[in-house]
Design a protein around this ligand. Sequence first.
Ligand code: SAH
Ligand code: SF4
Ligand code: F3S
Length: 462
Amino acid sequence: MTVQVQIQHDNFELPKVDNPIYKVHIKSYGCQMNVYDAVRMQELLAPFGYEHTDEYTEADLIVLNTCHIREKADEKVFSDLGRMFKSNRKVRKKDPLIAVGGCVGQAQGKRIMQRAPQVKIVFGPQTYHRLPEYIAKVQRKQKRVVNIDLPKLEKFDALPAQKPQGGTAFLTIQEGCDKFCAFCVVPYTRGAEISRPAKDVLKEAQDLVAQGVKEVTLLGQNVNAYHGVDANNVELDFAELIRRLAQVEGLERIRFTTSHPNNTTAELIDLFRTEPKLMPYFHLPVQSGSNRILQAMNRNHTIEEYMDIVRKLKEIRPDIAMSSDFIVGFPGETEEDFEDTLAVVAEVGYHSAYSFAYSPRPGTPAAALTNQVDEVVKKERLAMLQALITAKQEEYNSQFMGQTLPVLVETETKEEGQLRGRSPHNVPVNFSGNKRLIGEVVNVKIIEVRPNSLVGEIELVD
Ligand code: SAH
Ligand code: SF4
Ligand code: F3S
């Protein structure tokens, strides 16, 4: 079997066309950055005649944009691709071109090629910008292509400009991670931490605003580890980058995700006081409430240090929407450790939190530990934690009852005449209105509180 491990920059270019001639189905499995990558792939393929379809059975090209973070993600990929290939072939009477990208592609690229002959292209999160080149190579040379290099910044320079839909957009400012938490594959799949130069970030923000964007969410595995250079080659930290972005005229709202407690500086905390464009929402994962477990996880901070950050943020903005990720059942986690986690949730009162049962990942230090927690215990703890998170979330949301909130309208819902947007605290708000309001900020009076959202009525101004 021929497996091209290294692809050269060469003449394998796809011809550009004016109208769509092919259909592509891209399936994402992972985090916000994974979803964002899929949008960028679609934008990248469009000039070559590839139009998106939700039906994988009618696609000429199927891209599995995979995630490696939990469970047997690679097994899921293998079952999906077998099933998709078969049903697609049945409908179209010919083979679809199948490409596997994303973090499983990165981690298991060569294995995928060996196990799945249907797959013709494998690439990772840092090499998807060359997808048109890979397609051309497969079509012209009948060769399979694997590119799982981890080049720095090349992707950002090569991708076409974003085409935002509506008033809100993601903006990647950094990628990758150097933290090596004992449970996590991201440093291996996304590569070392890199920050985009500030001038590129500012330029992209200006371009987005020129296309009607009012809100950007700065995206990265650890956004607050940002350390890009400005036009004079002087390094900026994350707080300074936000200050400069806030000067972009027409940009009304700034959010960011995800952050790490250890990069949460006093300047960043203080921006929630001084910078009105910075929205009162902070996703700051803590993973566990127990110092013993935090240490075993290699998080490099204590629960007291984390709570100190939360306390300072709440002093500035008592209403700040705190959000977190939690892992239950990390190796060695006792009942007492788990109770420490519950205590943190009870005290912080999160606006939202994602929680997961620990899943051993190949190649990570925690997977080799011998004191793994029983699956049944993990499940029980997860259910308890999630029940507490939901109760606290409803309590948090209830503070907005009767208030009028400025809502950035994002989309129509499935219900006729219903719109959905987000409040400054990132809470979804549903209300009736004309779809012409999409992309606008409207005042909505809250009349009902639900566990995950608010319901309101547009406040009419005379
Ligand atoms: N960079 C972010 C998030 C990375 S992955 C951070 O540092 O917090 C998103 C979340 O997935 C993590 O916060 C963690 O809660 C969860 N996660 C990562 N690896 C996991 C594993 N092996 N098992 C269960 N959950 C995991
Ligand atoms: Fe993974 Fe830890 Fe890096 Fe987050 S900080 S991406 S959890 S290694
Ligand atoms: Fe998954 Fe990769 Fe994101 S492993 S969570 S898609 S960084």
